[in-house]
Design a protein around this ligand. Structure first.
Ligand SMILES: Nc1ncnc2c1ncn2[C@@H]1O[C@H](COP(=O)(O)OP(=O)(O)OP(=O)(O)O)[C@@H](O)[C@H]1O
Length: 587
């Protein structure tokens, strides 16, 4: 709630104006029945035409003023509520953007989407309702009650009875509906999750012909949501006939008992008519107030869900007193006794990792799947922080650096090429907005992307669709590599980033890259030995531990895990050729 109040405080002036107009509108509405009473008592009964004209004209003017106030209230309420919703959405988006990967795991992606769309929509709708009704209803109820009692005190019990019946009905609805509101939002989350999974995995679903199963899953989530929506809406709809009944019975009772009072000379017709109107105003006010009471808990669920995201502080942030990298920073990376455990996991994925990646050298990582290669290199851009030990960049602990300074040093190429909607050029410049066209073209050239870019109708200005879906996997990888080169970093991280390239392109790219990265620190995760065997240093991982470090030749001699990987990937012929080369090198 503190976030809502904080954002709301920016609209205090509009709110004060809204309160003023609300007061004026209610006063206008409360003034009208008295005038009508005067028309009946003094104009119609006493046949005083000027009184009818005079009061009638005044009523028209006041009605027009009340209508005008209502329009202004509607306008201000919408401005405040939609402005608050926009601000909330922005804050939520910025907070989610600042999350470390560990923070994301606290919420599912689907839930984050529901929270920033559906939940905020819910808050917006309730805010409009609150601003329009929650202020008006109490003033109208109290004012109407006062006026009604003033006009016909003997009939006041009818209002008390009608309001009591309404309150009992609303209390029952409240108790049944409120717990369902929370469930409703969770079901929207679930539907989003199924939809998202289906859209992302569409190709796989088709290929395995699992449309029926997926449709069933979706149907189930959809039906559950539908049932809950139906239940809640039906419950709320009950209010309508009950309210009509209460209002009609109240009118009949007022006319019935009022007629008796009139015939006994204790009440004038005009006062009874005014009482009737005031009674309706009071009943409607209570009804509006109760609607607000029902809507508020529903929005409160959404406020809580949005608040949970806003209250989650990003776990990886700039240090309080950041250190500077030395002026002669070269991109040397040192892992010192690094251990890492994923949040919520029991056992470490990496333990006692010690190595140095020198500038001007390529350090490669190899190991069976799940041995921790990606996890290890993901620690360098601080996607996660180490659980123990230290990672140093040019002798400075990376946690002591400003995140911006750290990212400026790193050119990261993920396993799966990710592009953003825009153009080829905007994607290459993604990490370095100031990159000149010359640098963009040079980066594309090294990444072996020039050939296919030149074939495109608009070249570098060619559109890239959302997620890069209009380019092939290999082209996406090449553009991701160009994007990293355009940053001109000191440290390159390639997380198995060459897997979608054909043999010829791979060779050309590596040779061009070698020239560009001559003085840089290059870290490569590879699945296949022949893609990393020329590295200056190969680090062999097994179950999160380093089991070998050295060149290909050294490891072939003294690292059993490496030998096993080599035996499983290379033919007898290759191995013999390699050992001959090794022997020659040794001699
Ligand atoms: N977000 C995560 N939360 C919990 N455990 C994870 C997470 N990501 C990976 N792991 C676990 O950490 C271990 C190492 O995974 P990692 O992706 O680093 O291996 P890898 O060597 O890169 O594998 P591959 O070659 O298949 O990509 C695996 O057992 C994996 O299940």
């Amino acid at each position: 709630m503190k976030h809502i109040l904080r954002i709301f405080s920016g609209y205090w002036l509009m709110f004060i104006i809204l309160v003023g107009f609300t007061y004026a509108m209610v006063m206008a509405n409360l003034w009208l029945p008295d005038k009508m009473s005067e028309i009946v008592n003094n104009g119609i009964i006493k046949q005083d035409m000027p009184a009818i004209w005079h009061n009638g004209l005044a009523m028209i003017l006041v009605t027009a003023a009340g209508g005008l106030c209502s329009i202004v209230i509607g306008f201000l309420a919408s401005r405040i509520a939609t402005g608050m919703a926009q601000k909330l959405r922005t804050e939520l988006f910025e907070r989610v953007e600042s999350f470390a990967l560990a923070d994301f795991n606290k919420f599912s992606t689907a839930s984050l989407i529901t929270r920033s769309t559906n939940d905020i929509q819910q808050i917006q709708m309730t805010s409009i309702l609150l601003l329009r009704l929650a202020l008006m209803a109490p003033i109208m109820a109290i004012g109407g009650l006062q006026k009604a009692i003033h006009n016909a005190p003997n009939l006041s019990w009818i209002i008390a009875l009608a309001v009591s019946v309404l309150l009992v009905v609303i209390a029952i609805l409240f108790v049944i509906a409120v717990p369902r509101f929370k469930k409703l939002q969770t079901l929207v989350d679930k539907l989003n999750l199924v939809t998202r999974e289906n859209l992302v995995g569409l190709k796989v679903i088709r290929a395995f012909h699992n449309e029926k199963i997926e449709q069933k899953k979706f149907q189930q989530a959809n039906t559950e949501l539908n049932k809950m929506n139906l239940f809640v809406n039906r419950l709320m709809m009950l209010l309508d006939p009950i309210m009509t009944l209460v209002m009609n019975f109240s009118s009949v009772a007022i006319v019935w008992f009022g007629a008796h009072l009139i015939s006994s000379g204790n009440l004038q017709i005009g006062n009874m008519m005014a009482f009737l109107e005031y009674a309706m105003q009071v009943i409607i006010s209570f009804l509006l107030l109760s609607m607000v009471f029902i809507m508020v808990p529903r929005a409160a669920v959404s406020v809580k869900r949005v608040g949970e995201v806003l209250d989650t502080l990003p776990s990886i942030i700039d240090p309080q007193s950041p250190q500077q990298l030395p002026n002669d920073a070269t991109g040397k990376i040192e892992f010192k006794d690094v251990t890492f455990t994923y949040p919520d996991a029991d056992l470490p994925v990496l333990s006692s990792i010690n190595f140095t990646a020198e500038p001007g050298q390529t350090t490669a990582f190899i190991g069976s799947t799940g041995s921790g290669k990606s996890t290890l290199i993901n620690l360098i851009p601080r996607f996660y922080d180490v659980s123990a030990g230290q990672i140093l960049l040019d002798r400075v602990d990376i946690r002591q650096l400003k995140l911006e300074d750290l990212y400026d040093q790193i050119g990261y190429v993920p396993q799966k090429g990710v592009l953003f909607s825009g153009t080829i050029a905007s994607n290459i410049k993604y990490g370095n907005a100031k990159a000149s066209q010359k640098l963009v073209e040079k980066s594309a050239k090294i990444a072996q992307a020039t050939e296919f870019i030149n074939e495109l109708k608009n070249g570098y200005k060619n559109d890239i669709a959302q997620g890069g879906s209009n380019v092939s996997g290999g082209q996406r990888q090449r553009l991701s590599i160009a994007r990293a080169i355009a940053v001109e970093p000191n440290v390159y991280i390639f997380d198995d980033s060459f897997s979608a390239l054909d043999f010829k392109t791979d060779a050309k790219l590596r040779s061009a890259l070698a020239k560009e990265t001559k003085h840089k620190t290059v870290l490569i995760v590879g699945q296949r030995i022949n893609t990393i065997m020329n590295a200056d240093k190969i680090i062999v991982l097994d179950e999160g531990k380093i089991v070998g470090q050295g060149t290909h030749q050294e490891l072939m001699k003294n690292c059993q895990v490496y030998q096993e990987i080599a035996a499983s990937q290379l033919s007898e012929d290759d191995l013999q050729k390699m050992s001959a080369t090794t022997a020659k090198g040794a001699a």
